[in-house]
Write a protein that binds this ligand. Structure first.
Ligand SMILES: [Zn+2]
Length: 138
């Protein structure tokens, strides 16, 4: 099964911003750890402030996981706070789960970087460990 590249995700989304990259990388990690067997196998629940640019994360996740609004295998929950950006994945066929929290320090740093391209460049330099805290992996 082929997935969209980050470049293709940016065409879908309209720009290559830091939050798109964060979502894309979260999905990539979920694919690597949970290894879904088809486009329906993963279920995502994304808890975040329901406003841009944070919601750009959702498009990154959709593009890298095939968890999409159209297939109803992605759900959004408004956290109302940048301190609480959590992405939960479940592989339905095996009941395996992965829960990631976007590090608050990453969001705070992005608030200081006003240029989108510069923010994207900076996020690309970060490892998955820099980006996410793995809260749970069962
Ligand atoms: Zn965006």
């Amino acid at each position: 099964m082929r997935y969209l590249t980050l470049e293709e995700a940016s065409v879908f989304h309209g720009h290559l911003g830091p939050y798109l990259i964060i979502g894309y990388r979260a999905g990539e990690l979920a694919r690597k750890i949970l290894n879904p067997s088809n486009e329906f196998d993963l279920q995502a629940k994304v808890t975040l402030p329901l406003k841009t640019p944070y919601t750009c994360i959702v498009d990154g996740i959709q593009c890298s996981t095939k968890c999409t609004l159209g297939k109803l295998n992605i759900e959004l929950v408004d956290s109302g706070s940048i301190c609480n950006i959590v992405i939960e994945f479940k592989r339905k066929s095996s009941n395996k789960t992965l829960k990631l929290k976007v590090r608050e320090s990453v969001i705070r740093k992005l608030h200081e970087i006003t240029d989108v391209n510069e923010g994207a460049r900076w996020v690309k330099t970060l490892s998955v460990e820099d980006l996410f805290e793995i809260v749970m992996n069962t």
